[in-house]
Ligand binder design. Sequence first.
Ligand code: SAH
Length: 351
Amino acid sequence: MQNMQKADIKSYTQQELSDFLQSLGEKPFRAKQLYPWLHKKHAKSFEEMTDIPKKLKEKLITTCSLTVLQQADMQQSKLDGTRKYLFTLPDGNLVESVLMHYSHGNSVCISSQVGCRMGCKFCASTLGGLVRNLTPAELLEQVYRIQADTGERVSNVVVMGMGEPLDNYGNVLKFIKLLSDGNGLNISQRSITLSTCGIVPKMRELADEKLQITLALSLHAPTQEKRMALLPVAKKYGIQEAVDACKYYFQQTGRRVTFEYSLVGGANDSGEDARQLGELLSGMNCHVNLIPVNPIGEREYQPPSRKEVLDFKNKLEKYGINVTIRREMGRDIDGACGQLRKRFSERQGEG
Ligand code: SAH
C-alpha cells in the first residue's frame, strides 16, 4: 500500500521533478542533477547517483519509486540481428519490445499496454484482453533498457507493440514529450511513430497537440464492411471518419500519414480490394505499408504469396500512392506482437 503512494519520479517532467523536490524542502536546481540520472544515464538505483547528497538520496528512497524494468528473456535473430526483449514490470506483468537495425539507425518498437482490449482478429496481443496501461516511466524504460543493453544509441521509436496507444492517451503523450526532451534521450519527434487502430476522437486530439510525430492508422481493409470484420473498433468509428481524422492530422501538423495494411489471404488481398483502397486514398499525401499477415496459431489467417503481395502493390501504385512492403525482421524468432510474451507465460505455467 505504502509503495503505491510513492512518487513515480521517472514519469515526471523536469518541471514536475523540480516542484516535487521543492515540496521535499530541496533546492530546485537538484532537478537538473537528478533528471539526467533518470533519463540519460539510466541509473538502476538511487545509490549510484554519485553527485546527489546522501541525505537527499535517503529522502528519495523513502518517498519515491524508481521504475526499472528487468529483462526476463531476449531472443536474437540469426538472420538480421533483430532482438526481441521480454521485460518484467515492477508488478510482475510482462511486456515485449523489439530492436531492429536499419541503415538509418536503431529502431525500437515498444508496447503501450499490458494486453489490449481492441480485439483485432489477427492479433495475438488482444487474446487475453487488457490487463492495464503502462506508465510514462514504463514506456520510457523499454527504450532505456535496450539502449543500455546494447550500448548503441536508439534513433527511432515506434509505438506499435502490444496495446493501443490512444487507449492510454495521457501516459503515451507524456512519454513522447519526455523521450524528445533535450535533457533526456532527445529523440526527435520526427523519428517517433504512433500506430492506432483508429480511435477517432483521440486521433483528432493528438492532431491538435501539433507534435511532429508520424501517425500510422491500421487500416487493413478498403471498405467499412471488410474493416469491421477484422477490426471491431470500426463498428464504433467508421472507416471514412478514421480516414478523415488522418486528413485532419496532416492539416494540423503537415506530417504525412502512414496507413498500415496487413494482407490477409482471401480477406482483403484481391484486385478489387486494391482498387477500392486506391480510390479511398487517392489524392491524399500518405504512404501505405503492406504487411503480409503473420499467422498466430490461434487463428486461421494466412498471408498471400509474394507474387500476390507484389500484384497488390502494383495496383495500388497506379493511383499515385506511395507503397512499401514491410521488410520482415526477425523471421526466425517469435514473430507477431504478443507471441513471445504469450509463449513465455505458457512456459512459466507449465514449469
Ligand atoms: N494498437 C495499435 C498498435 C499495435 S499493432 C494499432 O492497432 O495500430 C501494430 C500493427 O501490427 C497494427 O497495424 C496491427 O494491426 C498489426 N498486426 C497485429 N498483429 C498482426 C499480425 N499477426 N500480422 C500482421 N500484422 C499484425
